[in-house]
Design a protein around this ligand. Structure first.
Ligand code: ADP
Length: 472
């Protein structure tokens, strides 16, 4: 039996004193990967390796750093088959989706490789006897803690800008989906990332994740995951005055007005909640529909769910726990009196499959409209006016993304700017790209991933003033 080990200081590294965990393949229920479960001792080993490597990496010529990161992007593409097999084994997601996410991981490295050429600061014109400039500097060792829904993509989303900004990294994937992140570290090492610059420690959140957040040599943590864990990390970070990027949950609203292209809006509304079987923080799980088209749009949405076929275009719940959680929400929906329009059941198969599920007769105060379910579950809520639609969209603890479908361009802009969210899509759902900053408001978190903006979250700005002595 082969055990997946940590990647520390440029090599596969066994646990100092840990145990192992045997996973479950979510698509079949069969035995999955055996992974090592590290402890604080492994975290300390990795963080010290990252700390020792930070000066060398920070002072490498920026063009060379960029070339190395560009080679990581090439390495990811070259390893597409291997990475897709690892992601599919761990998550059960459809092949095309896995490959798109892996290509996205390569895109992060390609994009941030090119940004190493950006100026590192400004010159401030203050006084003739002073030369004052700002210098953007790396923070040091960055902890990257990621969940199980888009394992490789989310690891790359944080690691690529962190490395491009001159930091070193200790990453911790979810223990259920560790393979691709370890493969990424190996690919990075093969691409020329120096030993110690990119480390991966495997294990459980309460043990390994907490140890990363607590380690005194870790200077920032980028966390993607649930709100309770984000809060827990925030409490530790408060003690340490540790900067965080928190990318947490969402209950994002898609608003469809009666002048929208109905068929297209319906298929986008389904893509918004069924992609990755709804296990995406930026899923569009509330569909706000103008009352006059509610019947037609609901019918079109139900029809469009048929494109998501379990085991084919629709993957399973990635963990057994999530599979059970979604079923609990089916009971909540029934108790709350929501009207089940399609789905609402598990699929009769060995894996953790759930049917795409749509509820109408929902009000925005129901739990199924307020809580992040993280499964393929959509609630449909009618509205009458633009003001009401915006108020409903914003009446949420979360504020991650939003969508608006309308033929009225002025209304599209008005609504997009009124929605409390980090990103809003007009007339198509989730046109995300590496260039577009991503992150939340309210309980969805703070800080931004992606775009040039992310570099600011993996660096700090120093101001330096130099006295210029008068000429003699
Ligand atoms: P999800 O519900 O998506 O699994 P979690 O927030 O539980 O989200 O997990 C996201 C990541 O955070 C995983 O890598 C997990 O192991 C890690 N994690 C969980 N609890 C903690 C914690 N207390 N401190 C640090 N990391 C944690």
């Amino acid at each position: 039996m082969s055990v997946l080990e940590h990647w520390i200081d440029g090599r596969s590294t066994p646990t100092v004193d840990g145990t192992t965990r045997v996973g479950t393949a979510p698509a079949t229920g069969a035995e999955g990967a055996t992974v090592t479960l590290g402890t604080a001792a492994d975290v300390d080993h990795a963080v010290r390796a990252a700390d020792a490597a930070k000066h060398g990496w920070r002072h490498i010529a920026s063009t060379e750093r960029g070339r190395i990161l560009a080679r990581v992007a090439d390495g990811i593409v070259a390893a597409m088959d291997e990475l897709a097999a690892a992601e599919i084994a761990d998550t059960g997601k459809p092949d095309a989706l896995a490959r798109a996410e892996i290509q996205g991981a390569a895109d992060y490295f390609e994009f941030y490789a090119s940004l190493v050429h950006l100026p590192a600061g400004d010159v401030l014109d203050i006084r003739p006897d002073l030369h004052v400039y700002t210098l953007r500097e790396p923070l040091g060792v960055i902890g990257v803690i990621t969940p199980w829904n888009l394992p490789l993509n989310q690891a790359a989303r944080a690691c690529a800008p962190a490395l491009a900004a001159g930091n070193t990294v200790v990453a911790k994937p979810a223990e259920t989906t560790s393979r691709a992140t370890v493969a990424l570290a190996r690919i990075a090492t093969e691409a020329g990332v120096p030993d110690g610059v990119f480390n991966v420690v495997l294990g459980r959140g309460a043990e390994v994740g907490t140890a990363i957040v607590r380690h005194p040599l870790v200077r920032k943590v980028a966390f993607t995951g649930s709100v309770p864990t984000g809060q827990e990390i925030g409490r530790i970070a408060a003690e340490r005055i540790l900067p965080l990027t928190l990318e947490l949950g969402g209950k994002s609203a898609n608003i469809v007005f009666d002048d929208a292209d109905l068929a297209f809006a319906a298929s986008e509304a389904v893509r918004a909640f069924a992609t990755n079987a709804g296990q995406v923080c930026s899923s569009g799980t509330r569909l706000l529909v103008q009352r006059g088209i509610e019947t037609d749009l609901t019918r079109a949405v139900i029809e469009a769910t048929r494109q998501y076929r379990p085991g084919d275009t629709l993957g399973p719940m990635i963990t057994r726990g999530q599979y059970e959680t979604v079923q609990e929400y089916f009971e909540v929906a029934e108790q709350e009196g929501a009207v089940l329009r399609t789905g609402g059941a598990v699929v009769d198969a060995d894996g953790f499959y759930i049917e795409p599920t749509v509820y109408s007769g929902v009000t925005n105060d129901m739990r199924i409209a307020r809580e992040e379910i993280f499964g393929p579950v959509l609630v449909i809520i009618p509205f009458d006016t633009e003001e009401e639609a915006v108020a409903l969209a914003n009446d949420s603890d979360f504020g991650l993304v939003g969508g608006v479908f309308t033929a009225d361009i002025s209304r599209a802009f008005r609504v997009a700017e009124a929605i409390e969210a980090g990103q809003v899509y007009i007339n198509s759902w989730s046109t995300q790209s590496v260039q577009m900053p991503f992150g939340g408001h309210k309980a969805s978190g703070y800080g931004r991933e992606k775009g040039i903006e992310a570099l600011a979250h993996y660096s700090h700005l120093k101001s330096i003033s130099v006295r210029i002595a008068p000429g003699r």
